[in-house]
Design a protein around this ligand. Structure first.
Ligand SMILES: *[C@@H]1O[C@H](CO)[C@@H](O)[C@H](O)[C@H]1NC(C)=O
Ligand SMILES: *[C@@H]1O[C@H](CO)[C@@H](O)[C@H](O)[C@H]1NC(C)=O
Length: 108
C-alpha cells in the first residue's frame, strides 16, 4: 500500500519534470522554412522567444511578428553569404547571395 503511494508520487514527479522539457523542445522549433544554404550557410533559425509581447527570436533579437523575424533571418543569411563570397571561401558570388535572399523572402 505504502509502496504504491511512493510509486505514484515518483511517477507524478517524473511527469511534472517532463512537461517543461517538452515546452522547451517546442520553443526551439525553427519557424524559418527556407532551406537554401549557399556555402552551407543556412538562414538563421527563427524561434519562439517565450516572451508573449515579442514572441519571435532571431539570434537573440526578438520581434513582435513573424514576418519581421523571417526577414531578419533572411537578411542575416545574406550578410554571412556575402561575406563568404567576398572572402572567396565559396564558388558563389554576392549576386548569388542576393538571389538566395530573394528566394528566402519568397519562401515565407
Ligand atoms: C511587423 O512588425 C514590423 C515592425 O517590427 C512592422 O513594421 C510591420 O508592419 C509588422 N507587420 C505586420 C504584418 O504586422
Ligand atoms: C559549387 O560547387 C559545387 C560542387 O563543388 C556545385 O555542386 C555547386 O553547384 C556550385 N555552386 C555554384 C553556385 O556554382
Amino acid at each position: 500500500m505504502k509502496t504504491t503511494s511512493i510509486f505514484s508520487t515518483l511517477l507524478l514527479s517524473t511527469l511534472a519534470l517532463a512537461v517543461p522539457l517538452n515546452t522547451r523542445d517546442c520553443q526551439a522549433q525553427n519557424l524559418q522554412t527556407f532551406t537554401g544554404a549557399l556555402g552551407g550557410i543556412a538562414a538563421t533559425p527563427v524561434e519562439n522567444s517565450g516572451n508573449a509581447d515579442r514572441p519571435f527570436s532571431v539570434k537573440g533579437d526578438t520581434f513582435v511578428n513573424l514576418s519581421a523575424a523571417l526577414q531578419r533571418s533572411c537578411d542575416q543569411q545574406f550578410n554571412a553569404c556575402a561575406n563568404a563570397a567576398n572572402a572567396g571561401t565559396g564558388n558563389f558570388s554576392v549576386a548569388d547571395c542576393s538571389a538566395q535572399q530573394t528566394a528566402c523572402g519568397a519562401a515565407n
